[in-house]
Design a protein around this ligand. Structure first.
Ligand code: ATP
Length: 250
């Protein structure tokens, strides 16, 4: 079933158009990778899915984004609920300067959970689901800033999972990590897709082919081609895609 359906989406930063009539559908419980050279609009597109662009002055968006059939840009959309449902992980892990426990408990608390036992359960489950529990269970009350970069990124994922999202947006989640930490995040993505719909921006085509079911290739604000990942990388339909994946530019 389609979880996200985008139709003819244009985005302008002031006068400059950064997305040109993007149409794409993303299935529930699947991983879609967004690839393309720097500045092609991958991150911009990703941020339209949970209205992160609302925070950028001068942005104009035309077209439609529907999640579970609901128009994300409708006037009555509750943006706080939208961001609970559509969580985001960034390029650089950004845990709060608080304990491991408090990082994960933060979201549920904001959404009104006060029961200590319930909070402990949520923290444990979220850390387990983010494949971090075994590494931090004895240091839950130590600062999150003492964790390694890879652990911090998994903590940020646990922090998202704690509020019960359905869609996870990942903007180059491993670009600041070493190869082993990267591998752990990739393994985690493979596990998470049983429950969540995942969209990942990556500069790394090997990563796209390892983690995603479908890949979308962006160029200069256009969605050039979107297909099953193995098809896009072996038999692309468009010349521009072929040039990019064979390393002729970008
Ligand atoms: N806040 C902003 N204000 C103005 N222009 C912006 C803003 N953010 C991005 N842009 C422009 O929009 C275009 C797309 O940028 P975007 O960051 O989405 O590309 P990207 O494909 O994610 O690139 P990268 O891989 O380098 O992160 C670029 O031309 C960029 O300069």
């Amino acid at each position: 079933m389609d979880k996200i359906v985008v139709k003819e989406l244009d985005l302008f930063y002031g006068e400059q158009q950064a997305l040109n009539s993007i149409s794409i559908a993303m299935k529930e419980r699947s991983v879609t990778a967004l690839i393309g050279p720097s500045g092609c609009g991958k991150s911009t597109f990703l941020r339209t899915l949970n209205r992160m662009q609302d925070l950028t002055p001068g942005v104009k968006i035309i077209g439609q984004v529907k999640i579970d059939g609901q128009d994300v840009y409708a006037a009555d959309t509750d943006v706080v609920l939208l961001r609970k449902k559509v969580g985001m992980v960034f390029q650089h892990p950004n845990p709060f300067p608080k304990s491991v426990f408090e990082n994960v408990a933060y979201g549920p608390r904001i959404h009104g959970e006060t029961d200590k036992k319930k909070l402990s359960e949520i923290v444990e489950t979220s850390l387990k689901d983010a494949a971090l529990w075994n590494e931090v269970k004895d240091r839950l009350h130590e600062s999150a800033l003492g964790l390694s970069g890879g652990q911090q990124q998994r903590l940020c994922i646990a922090r998202l999972l704690a509020v019960g999202p359905e869609i996870l947006l990942m903007d180059e989640p491993t670009s600041a990590l070493d190869p082993i930490s990267t591998m752990k995040i990739e393994e985690l993505i493979a596990e998470l897709k049983d429950k969540y719909t995942i969209i990942i921006v990556t500069h790394n085509m090997h990563q796209a082919s390892r983690v995603s079911d479908r890949t979308a290739f962006f160029l200069s604000g256009d969605l050039i081609e979107e297909d099953i990942t193995s098809v896009l990388f072996t038999r692309p339909a468009k010349k521009k895609t072929e040039d990019y994946i064979s390393g002729r530019f970008g």
